[in-house]
Design a binder for this molecule. Structure first.
Ligand code: 3PG
Length: 216
């Protein structure tokens, strides 16, 4: 289930995690990311403008995959879906949200870091997890160690992933894709620095391509 969207996560390689303060900035931000080779946006619901931002991107940019991040309860999941979110991301494992998403066939990336959380996710039928906050939780070493008992599991680490450590993350077999805010930081979006966002997206995308070619 959810194969298409999860395959897109892998193909694009880097999922921009956005905090948008004004919904008017949503489309230009997503356009800049897409022009840089990242036609995907996880718009977090941490700001008041989150839902409207999702709505604007979903309406205006049909080629961009838009999802909602920081989904912590059912109400947010429903609102995000109604606004046009094509996927949901949760920092942790909320079973009611996962079950609702599955019933409504909307892909969900839920957070799991410990063996217990991973087992709860597996029991719900999940095999792809957000690993958050990655660097604080031990980064690649922690992902490798926790993967040993769960060979079928893959992760999307976020939290402390930057251009500087991106290659190390992409190189790891257990890493399906990464997420991060470094190419479209809240301040860059708020200041309308879309050329810079495009440049940083291009830089990240180029590294994904180089990395993938070296693995072929
Ligand atoms: C997230 O919600 O995934 C994180 O806030 C992104 O972490 P970063 O800002 O360290 O990239």
């Amino acid at each position: 289930m959810n194969t298409f969207i999860f395959d897109r996560f892998h193909a694009i390689g880097v999922i921009p995690v956005l905090e948008i303060d004004s919904a008017a900035h949503a489309v230009p931000t997503a356009e800049a990311l897409s022009a840089g080779g990242l036609p995907i946006a996880e718009v977090t619901l941490r700001t008041e403008a989150g839902l409207d931002s999702i709505r604007n991107i979903a309406r205006s940019l049909p080629d961009t995959l838009v999802g909602a991040g920081t989904v912590v309860n059912l109400k947010q999941a429903q609102e995000a879906r109604d606004a046009g979110a094509q996927f949901l991301v949760s920092p942790g494992m909320a079973e009611d949200v996962v079950l609702w998403a599955q019933k409504n066939t909307i892909p969900i990336l839920a957070g799991a870091v410990t063996p217990t959380e991973i087992m709860r996710g597996l029991n719900l039928g999940l095999t792809l997890f957000k690993f958050f906050p990655s660097e604080t939780m031990g980064g690649l070493k922690a992902i490798q160690a926790v993967s040993d008992p769960f060979p079928q599991v893959r992760f999307i680490p976020t939290g402390g992933v930057r251009f500087e450590n991106l290659a190390d993350y992409l190189r790891m077999e257990k890493v399906h894709a990464v997420g991060g805010s470094w190419m479209a930081k809240r301040s860059l979006i708020a200041e309308g620095r879309f050329d810079e966002i495009r440049r940083l997206a291009e830089e990240a995308r180029r590294l994904v391509e180089t990395q993938r070619q070296s693995l072929e």
